[in-house]
Design a protein around this ligand. Structure first.
Ligand SMILES: Cc1cc2nc3c(=O)[nH]c(=O)nc-3n(C[C@H](O)[C@H](O)[C@H](O)COP(=O)(O)OP(=O)(O)OC[C@H]3O[C@@H](n4cnc5c(N)ncnc54)[C@H](O)[C@@H]3O)c2cc1C
Length: 396
């Protein structure tokens, strides 16, 4: 029996889940094409950015797919040829498919604001996280003092997670660098009048109070207009800072507009009840126009859903229709504190933090067996700075 060639493009939550669930089935031959050789575990990237280990937020495909029948290919997909049923990469390699599953995630959007691409930091990839972390240490080495202001743009989950972890981390590295302890100024700048605007108002209020307790100032209704090497312009006024982190905007991957997909609101790809953009091309996770697109939980759900349907079809059954999975939102904000919104239920503080820890373990287990997932989860309790001064301080 000829196997169906499934080409999964994008090794994120959705693509990896689909490949994992299809590779055990003899009906399919699976190839995973991604521009990275590891899965970025985004929910813990803020932790890596504030002293945590890289391994805590990066799972190599060689670990996830050890012993599995998945061909792993590294490359950047650029062109879809619908007639020939092929995907071509930036370096000209052509992959053919019978079924295509695409989950490429989103890209940073600076909304054309001048200076941000050059001068701001971001924490969307390991390279960006490493650049940000190195900057924090280099600044202490060159200036012998912290920045005048650490500015995080965007009061969404990423901005809040990062801001919440920053005070303790800065305190810790200032000590390692032999600098006197002093108050650091951390600001969150948000254009809309409420932090976490997609969550209930009482959650915004509780998180706002927690940030205040941590000494973080939140400026709502404040629009960033530009950045230079030394300052940010907010509502027409300058804010001195050499550490601006942009977490305020993403947009759908350009692959879809460049390859003539039908684009809907929020730039997402139009999909049918089976997550197909057209016959045998499935679009999943952040890329698909579904109600909870933009969350790892949704991407995992989508990868699982498409895998189930392909297995049904291979066994002579009809596709099932897509059902949404309401996500659980967990937002850490400072040491041992998190906000949880789960349907009508809310949890704040230590209990929320405990749930978040459990959610990370379960999240790793979605991609790895329990022993590997536990090992991965335990990396959370180890530090990694990549700074010689801090390494010496740790030994002495
Ligand atoms: C900092 C941060 C924190 C987050 N925290 C949470 C959280 O706590 N909970 C939650 O539910 N969600 C969270 N999210 C959102 C979540 O990470 C995404 O919704 C999820 O990763 C989407 O999965 P995906 O498979 O659609 O895309 P991704 O996981 O983004 O995967 C896309 C993959 O495609 C690859 N790729 C990109 N372009 C190409 C190309 N041209 N060719 C080949 N490969 C390519 C990328 O390298 C990547 O491996 C967070 C996001 C960020 C940025």
């Amino acid at each position: 029996m000829a196997k169906e060639k499934v080409l999964v493009v994008g090794g994120g939550f959705g693509g990896v889940k689909a490949a994992l669930e299809l590779c055990e089935d003899e009906h399919f031959e699976i190839t995973l094409l991604s521009d990275d050789s590891a899965l970025r575990y985004y929910p813990t990237l803020y932790h890596t950015a504030t002293g945590g280990k890289r391994a805590n937020s990066s799972i190599p495909f060689s670990t996830i797919f050890a012993g599995k029948k998945v061909q792993l290919k590294k490359g950047t997909a650029t062109t879809l040829d619908r007639k020939a049923k092929t995907i071509t990469t930036a370096d000209g390699i052509v992959y053919d498919y019978d079924v295509l599953i695409i989950g490429l995630g989103v890209v940073t959007n600076y909304f054309g604001i001048p200076g941000l691409p050059e001068y701001s930091y971001s924490i969307k990839s390991q390279a960006e996280v490493a650049r940000f972390k190195a900057h924090l240490h280099e600044q202490l080495i060159s200036d012998h003092q912290p920045d005048l202001n650490y500015v995080i743009v965007g009061a969404g989950p990423t901005g809040i997670e990062l801001a919440g972890a920053l005070p303790d981390y800065l305190k810790h590295i200032m000590k390692n660098h032999g600098l006197p302890q002093r108050k650091v100024h951390i600001d969150i700048i948000e254009a809309v009048p409420r932090l976490l605007p997609r969550l209930p108002r009482d959650t915004s209020r509780m998180v706002g109070r927690q940030l205040k307790r941590l000494g973080i100032k939140v400026y709502l209704g404040s629009a960033v207009q530009g950045q230079t090497a030394d300052e940010l312009t907010v509502n027409g006024k300058p804010v001195r800072s050499h550490t601006v982190v942009w977490t305020a905007g993403v947009t759908n991957h350009p692959f879809f507009s460049e390859n003539h997909f039908v684009i809907m609101g929020r730039g997402k790809v139009a999909v049918d009840a089976y997550l197909q953009s057209e016959e045998n091309i499935f679009v999943i996770g952040d890329n698909a126009n579904t109600p909870f697109s933009g969350l790892a939980q949704t991407a995992l759900h989508d990868g699982h859903f498409v895998a189930i349907n392909l297995r049904r079809r291979a066994n002579g059954k009809k596709f099932k229709g897509y059902t949404v999975k309401e996500p659980i939102t967990v937002i850490p904000a400072g040491p041992r504190w998190a906000a949880v919104v789960w349907g009508g239920m809310r949890l704040y503080g230590w209990l929320g933090y405990t749930l978040r820890e459990a959610a990370d373990l379960v999240g790793f287990h979605d991609l790895e067996p329990w022993d590997k997932a536990t090992k991965q989860w335990l990396t959370e309790f180890e530090q990694e700075d990549g700074c010689d001064v801090c390494a010496t301080a740790a030994i002495s």
